[in-house]
Ligand binder design. Sequence first.
Ligand code: PMP
Length: 375
Amino acid sequence: MTRVMNFSAGPAALPEEALLRARDELLDWNGTGMSVMEQSHRGKAYEKVHQEAHDLLRKLLGLTADDKRSVIFLQGGATQVFATLAMNFLRAGTSADYVSAGAWGDKALVEAKSYAAMVGASAREVRWEGAEGAGKGTRMPHPRELVFAEDAVFVHTTSNETIHGTQVGLSESLPFADPKQPHVCDMSSDFLGRVIDPRKFSLLYAGAQKNIGPSGVVVLVVDDAFLEASCDDIPSIFRYATHAKNGSLYNTPPTFAIYLVRNVLAWLDAKGGVPAIEKDNRAKAKLVYDAIDESGGFYTCPVEAESRSIMNVVFRLPSEAHEAKFLAASEQAGMVGLKGHRSVGGMRASLYNAVSVAHAKALADLMREHARTSG
Ligand code: PMP
């Protein structure tokens, strides 16, 4: 069996250890005579793994039992959270501030606006220089550029713009914006990829299919006091408070996805947790950015140095014909997923947690060799 080097943006590479564990346990999970998929979500066996996933996540985030925060697993992806955020926190006459630096920030805003209009609330885009025009998607804002409304019920940001390859606060620790208002952050594409302090956020969320598992589950980490103040007149299934109160077992959760998240988190924990993986992630990104910067202009990265993402490295070649040739060479070398998002073109190497340093090095080596022979 040959496994490819997977640089996909998500669903993305998963740690082999997590997959092998699933393979070994697939038919007879924990001596139950059935797979985890076939267990009742109310049964003791499943409850144990469900709890383990919650506990590992708290541990990896550095949250203790005294931290009044809830970890929730939901279905529907980060896109559903774009809408349910507004449902949970926007009431008639209130407004929220949205900082957008790219495609995902835009989508979050559009969803919030559509719900806000239905209930007489508003979602406001925070203006800053890089938010529109040709420079959009080439950098993240500086905190000094952002002015938030005093009465915003929350401020929404995106820590890593997956399509553009921009990431905030690489030289400092998050948050890049330090609003007085509750800070809500979409961390879908860099969650657990670097150390953050979850206490600085009222709510953070991440779709699993990049750094922590398969698609089908989205994680929320919410301050209980923030949750306490959420709307209680929306359908219970959409209320975050419902899921927090029921330990993500209000209705049937995506059991197999949560089980796989547990496997991935156990792997990350054994590897030394987030500080250890951040070190690897920075080393991987450096390998690929160095190959770009030392190519004499054969490869170019449109992202400003301070905003370069360590998760998604985007780059272009001199022409689309060069790009097609590079993609073919990468596939020949056993690499997949390097084509950039259809909306921006070019190349994108996603270097999530499960991508090894060796694979990033293989990519950097291929880039150097390709530039030498095709430049
Ligand atoms: N936010 C970001 C930053 C993303 O990268 C993505 C998915 N690529 C989403 C939100 C949407 O996630 P989903 O498709 O799971 O709804």
